[in-house]
Design a protein around this ligand. Structure first.
Ligand code: LLP
Length: 420
């Protein structure tokens, strides 16, 4: 459930009518709902009621906005980060360093050191090579790193291939059949405390079965590592729960997920952590856009050209993803249209032959479920600026990321003297 609902024929974010935000901030603009974020954070935590002392680390990549992180920090969430930039944000939002987990296959020397200096809770090591490098950096600078070994369980998450991460051919984690051996080797390194294992098989999962298969494999690995004489006190089960992008779609609920986790991990005797991203932020945001004009096409449906484009919301162009598209002030009339942005490539298409609310030039509309992997994946392609972000809280709202105008991006460039 989210807090973007029609009231008296006008779409609101909580108690704020969206036309007011369009008026004051301009379009396109991302709009987030604090109540929805908090609700999702609560529902996810309650879903884990059967798990003892779970640690929940929001996957910052889903929505790194500082105000969004702050909302979650206040709900006791930590952070799953995958870059020095995300680590800086998590700490700036007040997240306790020991609640930060650092994932990612390509952490640089500088990023490893940044994590050590911040004394983060856990590094999720994605290769044997990374483990040795982290150990060396830690020793050289006098730190000790708490680590989990991320394993690749070779499970098909049955999601979009670009967001599957747990198949043998994917770059993530170490192969399951070598994991115990690598864990043992790294456990012998000064500078590292190997304390756990981690798995994340993909994102936008619409069934629990692949997760269950992966977790069962992880359970057997824990037993194998312990049998070899090493301690395993932590297990990180990653993120991945899907959200409904289409009205009427159903997805496994956090309660069903939590019940499955509790059942599969009952005898693991570890502290579990989780890295949810989309399920927390996805339906807590919309991209508010204005129709620039409609355009007749040959024989087919008209094009509805909106002021948002693939640079602002990349998911449809990148993954063929569906985002529900609704008028802010629906008249009740419907039309079939192609929804496109202004960018000069055909990939800048949000939907083809979509039945939508009737719209004409100047009307406002939203792409729903844009709170995760929305603003954060924006680019400035076609010399468009970066879209602002707004956080709504009841009847008030604040701009939580300013629009970065195209000219500000140009200001960072220069023509060298020898060319002037
Ligand atoms: N943990 C790790 C190690 C991850 O790689 C990810 C997502 C998550 C947690 C969070 O997964 P979630 O709960 O959000 O499914 N840009 C794509 C999604 C990429 C996800 C990458 N990893 C999209 O727009 O669909």
């Amino acid at each position: 459930m989210d807090h973007f609902q029609l009231r008296d024929g006008v779409l609101h974010a909580e108690d704020v009518p969206l036309p007011r935000i369009a008026e004051e901030v301009g379009t396109p603009v991302y709009v987030y709902s604090r109540a929805t974020l908090e609700r999702h954070a609560k529902v996810f935590r309650e879903g884990l009621a059967g798990v003892k002392d779970p640690h929940i680390a929001f996957a910052v990549k889903a929505n790194p906005n500082l105000a969004v992180l702050k909302v979650l920090q206040r709900k006791g969430y930590g952070a799953d980060v995958v870059s020095g930039g995300e680590l800086t944000r998590a700490l700036a939002a007040g997240m306790a360093p020991d609640k930060v987990v650092f994932s990612g296959v390509g952490k640089t020397h500088a990023e490893l050191l940044q994590g050590l200096e911040a004394e983060i809770g856990q590094f999720n090591i994605e290769s044997e090579e990374e483990g040795y490098e982290l150990a060396a950096v830690a020793r050289r600078h006098g730190y000790n790193a708490n680590c989990a070994l991320r394993v690749n369980p070779d499970v098909d998450a049955r999601t979009h291939e670009k967001i599957s991460t747990g198949k043998r051919e994917n770059k993530f984690g170490v192969p399951l059949d070598r994991a115990a051996e690598i864990y043992g080797a790294l456990a012998a390194e000064d500078g590292l405390t190997m304390r756990g294992v981690a798995v994340h098989i993909g994102s936008q999962l619409s069934t629990l079965e692949p997760l269950e298969v992966a977790f069962e494999k992880l359970g057997r690995l824990i037993a194998e590592i312990r049998a070899a004489g090493h301690a395993v006190t932590h297990a990180d089960l990653g993120g991945g729960l899907g959200v409904p992008y289409k009205a009427g779609d159903t997805m496994p609920s956090p309660a069903e997920y939590g019940a499955m986790v509790a059942r599969v991990t009952a005898d693991w005797d570890v502290q579990l952590s989780f890295e949810p991203g989309r399920v927390i932020a996805g339906n807590a945001g919309v991209l508010l856009t204005r129709v620039i004009r409609t355009k007749r096409s040959g024989n087919g449906p008209p094009f509805v050209i909106v002021d948002a484009a693939m640079n602002d919301l990349a998911r449809p162009a990148m993954y063929g993803a569906w985002h529900d598209f609704d008028a802010v002030e629906p008249s009740g009339e419907r039309m079939t249209a192609h929804i496109v942005g202004p960018i000069c490539e055909t990939g800048d298409t949000f939907a083809m032959d979509r039945e939508i609310d009737a719209l004409s030039a100047g009307d406002l509309a939203v792409f729903r479920t844009a709170g995760a992997y929305g603003a954060t994946m924006a680019s400035s392609y076609n010399s468009r600026g970066f879209v602002p972000e707004v956080l709504v809280d009841g009847d008030k709202f604040a701009v939580v990321a300013e629009r970065i105008a195209a000219h500000a991006i140009m200001d960072a460039e220069k023509v060298p003297d020898w060319l002037a």
